[in-house]
Design a protein around this ligand. Structure first.
Ligand code: SAM
Length: 231
């Protein structure tokens, strides 16, 4: 299992060379239509001033006791989100109740915005970098979305609401923080109002296997690995 790349420099993802490479990879993996759709989506966000760009976190204002344990911001793309959510339904073998979607390490609100557009009743993000949380709030406002909430907090201090149905983790932190977050999720077992599932993207530690039932481990089209669990 890959070691967590905490505080890594990910700014190369904003360079023109990276974007050109991404374009050709997308053409190869998804074909012309999906790639053109992806470009239109990006242009639409650009026009509205929505910012999902990659950003390092080491020079940001971080809250809590785990500043050295987090990864850089890389936002979940809309198409990847759709693929991953359908992957969860396939792993579970039925439609998921789209109650509350909770994202630990929510960055600029990429995943919580896509989840809301996907039909969740309410989506909640927890982000420990003040500047990213502020951009998240601006993004939500620019898209005029309701019931999408970004919270400025360390993930270990935020308990899931009892009506949560999906908890999302896009490789946000290492095993130290994951252990505490997993214990918080487990502490409410038996009290949740519906089945609760966890989606763990680009997994870099094995903590969740200890606490939850593994449903499936899938490598998606883009090459991203996702693990699905039942609480
Ligand atoms: C790979 S990004 C994922 C962003 C978002 N979930 C998405 O998919 O668009 C990881 C995010 O986790 C945040 N993070 C890292 N450690 C955290 C912690 N202890 N509490 C809350 N957020 C944290 C980082 O600041 C970063 O924005």
């Amino acid at each position: 299992m890959r070691k967590t790349h905490t505080n890594a420099d990910m700014s190369h993802q904003n360079s023109l060379a990276y974007k050109i490479g991404d374009f050709f990879n997308s053409l190869k993996a998804n074909g012309v239509k999906k790639t053109v759709d992806k470009i239109f989506q990006r242009v639409k966000y650009k026009i509205k001033g929505v910012d999902f760009s990659t950003q390092n976190i080491y020079d940001l204002t971080l809250t809590g006791d785990y500043k050295e344990h987090g990864t850089a911001l890389v936002s979940t793309h809309k198409d990847l989100f759709a693929e991953v959510f359908l992957g969860l339904e396939e792993a579970v073998g039925k439609k998921i109740e789209k109650n509350i979607f909770l994202d630990y390490g929510s960055g600029k609100a990429g995943a919580i915005i896509h989840a809301k557009n996907f039909g969740f009743k309410k989506t909640i993000g927890v982000e420990f970098a003040k500047e990213l949380h502020q951009i998240a709030e601006e993004n939500i406002k620019k898209l005029a979305l309701s019931n999408v909430e970004s919270n400025f907090a360390d993930a270990t201090t935020f308990l899931p609401p009892l009506d949560v149905s999906v908890i999302y983790l896009f490789n946000p932190f290492d095993e130290v923080v994951m252990e505490k977050v997993a214990q918080n999720i487990v502490s409410l077992k038996g009290k949740y109002e519906n089945d609760v599932y966890i989606i763990y993207g680009n997994p870099s530690c094995k903590v969740l296997e200890k606490y939850f039932t593994t449903l499936k481990q899938v490598c998606h089209q883009s090459g991203a690995m996702f693990h699905y669990y039942r609480v």
